[in-house]
Ligand binder design. Structure first.
Ligand code: ADP
Ligand code: MG
Length: 704
């Protein structure tokens, strides 16, 4: 018998070379191995007679090797093994490439199962089995098959570990695995027809039927969702018990502040601000996600809240993902609160600035600014991750705003808790439109505020797919817009042309690059206009001066990489032109599009593509049709699945749970069960197995 914690190296019969390969995949124990689930299955369960075979089908046959030979194919320089296989109904040929050892195993007279695809030769019209998996079977044993005559698991194959190899390893381990305890109470399993764990492990790897495999997958998805929820809910409870600074908000002063803005807040902006204010008035930390489509005006809401926190005498930190955005927010705040006497500062790796009252900004050296922050003099501090470096400490940080980062890590958050007694209020802002089920699962520990409408002055952005022959026309259009005083973004998928040494496939794709495009547009097409470029490899100073010049309308056309994907606010820009648009995800394209249409001018998003593929067109068309990010997100989620949609790395979600998110009932049930268990057993003392599992789960799921 083996247990879950048995190291694979302690199991007899597993060759050391496998142990090494598995280790590279992070598989070291029995648990790791059997929780390495198949990605799909192949149905070879029906065993056919040779005379029944038809071209194109995937089959298993039981046959005897009549003859077998190997040769080098002169055409492709491959080593080929060919065998004639017979049963009582006929004969069929099987071929394998580059597996010379097969000749030693499948000697004439041997019986075996062969599973694979029946192919019809173009030259002779004869049928043959192409590269079938074989499995020796002795007639007198009731030995269970692994690779043939059943539904066969297919694993993601990495670094020399084939599905066949994994089946060889997993099947005997599963057979010898001691019974493992079920973590869920029986009534929970029953209420949702969820199979018990031992059964589910067996059937996720070696199911008798497709249904059985699906049920097993559902169980493990439920388990992951359950632990996600359990983690979220218990974190929520823990946070609610912590202390935070209670901010006394003067409603009258908020009202007059809102009156002083150059525009009227939308209803949902007001509602969101109100929700935030109510939260920060409590002595326990707020933990809130402010979600709103690009351009919906999240920054001003955060700013108003920070303003109130400062009036109450406390500090706020506003963290942006890039220096460009941090600087932009800094300038936005200076504009929103002219003559602001409590101080607004900017701290990034390359800049430190501070501004009090009407004294125009006093440029500070970094150490001086850090001192100002520590003394508590400056109340609103905007920056990048530089804000959570060790050398920065706050006097009385009460409010933290995090812009456009999907998950602000628990660890990073801890850095901002200046003392154990007080936890700052947290506001996370995101334009990534996350469908409801997904956000409940991923952000179940957060309260949600939604900005559901765009400011009134906006006209819908006109989006067009532009084919290569319409390029010249577009250039004229751009010229006209610029003549009217507007500005243009051009996005390219790459910074520069690939080196000669880069693989040829890339070159063939003719991906447009920022540098080439800049060269072409600035010298040939718009020599009379100001055309500049911006990309991540430029020094921070240069990026800044380009962005500044662009925001002051000293540049007409800005060619950039995805560096300007999120947050950049240039209300005067009206054309967003995207080269190679098929190379970007829909959510990303929507973000690009959100860079224009930020004021009253009619704006345009032009999607250039050289691809004539139908799927590309369909995908791009959904961007043309979708009016807002949420609509698009639902579509994208359907087309690509949640992993692709969010980017696996960003979510850190277990695979199965990711897929299961498209099943809202399962999500809901997992949430209810988690709630139910925590209600009666807060510390999970009565459910030690679940508690243990949760600890493991926290280790496995990385949020940062
Ligand atoms: P996002 O939600 O994408 O971060 P921003 O906060 O950058 O959006 O706001 C987009 C633009 O809209 C900014 O120029 C901002 O000043 C402006 N804005 C914000 N709220 C309103 C409003 N209620 N009416 C008009 N313009 C607004
Ligand atoms: Mg923003």
């Amino acid at each position: 018998m083996v247990s879950l914690s048995t190291p694979l190296s302690k199991i007899q019969g597993i060759q050391t070379r496998f142990i090494t390969k598995l280790k590279k995949l992070g598989i070291e124990t029995v648990r790791d191995l059997i929780f390495h689930f198949p990605v799909r299955y192949e149905d070879f369960s029906h065993v056919y007679k040779i005379e029944e075979l038809t071209p194109g089908s995937e089959v298993t046959i039981t046959a005897t090797v009549e003859s077998i030979k190997s040769r080098n194919t002169w055409k492709r320089g491959l080593f080929m093994v060919e065998a004639d296989l017979i049963d009582e109904t006929g004969v069929i040929r099987a071929t394998w490439f580059n597996q010379p050892y097969i000749k030693n195993v499948l000697q004439p007279g041997r019986s075996a199962n062969f599973a694979g695809k029946v192919v019809q030769s173009k030259n002779t019209g004869e049928m043959y089995l192409s590269n079938p998996t074989y499995e020796l079977v002795s007639e007198h044993s009731d030995h269970e098959t692994k690779h043939t005559a059943r539904i066969v698991p297919v694993y993601s194959e990495t670094r020399g570990l084939t599905s066949k190899g994994l089946r060889f390893l997993i099947q005997p381990v599963l057979k010898r695995l001691e019974e493992i305890p079920e973590i869920f109470p029986a009534d929970i399993l029953e209420s949702d027809d969820i199979p018990e764990v031992n059964e589910a492990l067996q059937s996720i790897h070696f199911p008798e039927t497709t249904d059985e495999a699906l049920r097993a997958r559902r169980r493990f998805a439920f388990e992951d969702l359950f632990f996600l929820q359990l983690k979220n809910i218990s974190e929520r409870i823990k946070l609610a018990e912590k202390n935070a600074n209670k901010i006394n908000v003067n409603i009258e002063s908020v009202k007059s502040l809102i009156e002083s803005l150059p525009f009227e807040l939308t209803t949902s902006q007001k509602k969101s601000l109100w929700e935030i204010i109510q939260d920060i008035e409590r002595p326990h930390p707020m933990n809130r996600l402010l979600q709103g489509d690009v351009g919906s005006g999240k920054t001003v809401i955060a700013g108003l809240a920070a303003h109130e926190v400062a009036s109450a005498g406390f500090q706020s930190a506003f963290m942006a993902p890039t220096e460009i955005l941090a600087r932009q927010h800094y300038h936005t705040f200076l504009k929103l609160f002219p003559g602001y006497e409590h101080g607004i500062a900017l701290l990034t790796a390359s800049e430190s600035r501070i501004s009090y009252g009407n004294a125009l900004e006093s440029i500070t050296k970094k150490p001086a600014l850090i001192k100002e922050i520590a003394s508590g003099n400056v109340k609103i501090i905007i920056g990048t991750h530089a804000l959570i470096q060790k050398n920065v400490s706050f006097k009385n940080l009460a409010f933290v705003i995090v812009d456009e980062q999907h998950r602000f890590g628990v660890r990073q958050r801890a850095v901002l808790e200046q003392n154990e007694k007080i936890t700052p209020h947290f506001l996370s802002m995101s334009a990534t439109p996350i469908p409801r089920t997904l956000s409940l699962t991923l952000f179940g520990d957060l309260d949600l505020s939604l900005i559901t409408e765009l400011p009134k002055n906006r006209k819908p952005i006109i989006t067009r797919i532009v084919m290569p022959d319409e390029r010249t026309m577009t250039h004229q259009f751009i010229r006209d817009e610029v003549k009217n005083g507007r500005q243009v973004f051009v996005i390219c998928p790459r910074i520069e042309k690939p080196e000669e040494s880069d693989n040829a496939a890339w070159q063939q794709l003719q991906v447009r690059s920022v540098k080439e495009e800049h060269e072409k547009l600035s010298t040939k097409i718009f020599p009379d206009l100001s055309v500049e470029m911006l990309h991540g490899k430029m020094p921070a100073k240069e990026k800044e001066s380009i962005m500044r010049a662009f925001s002051e309308n000293k540049i007409n056309i800005l060619i950039a990489t995805s560096v300007i994907e999120v947050g950049v606010d240039i209300p005067n820009a009206t054309i967003m032109m995207i080269e190679g648009s098929e190379r970007f995800g829909l959510a990303q394209l929507h973000q690009f599009r959100g860079r224009v249409g930020r004021a009253e001018h009619q704006s345009y998003c032009l999607l250039f593509t050289d691809s004539s593929s139908v799927t590309t067109k369909t995908r791009l068309r959904s961007l043309v049709e979708a009016k807002n990010g949420f609509e698009l997100a639902e579509k994208d989620l359907k087309i690509r699945g949640p992993g692709e949609f969010m980017g696996e790395a960003q979510t850190g979600m277990p695979d199965l749970a990711m897929k299961a998110i498209q099943n809202p009932d399962l999500v809901k049930h997992a949430r209810e069960v988690a709630q139910q268990i925590l209600e009666t057993d807060r510390t999970l003392k009565k459910n030690p197995l679940i508690r243990e599992h949760l600890a493991e789960f926290r280790k496995d799921v990385h949020w940062e």
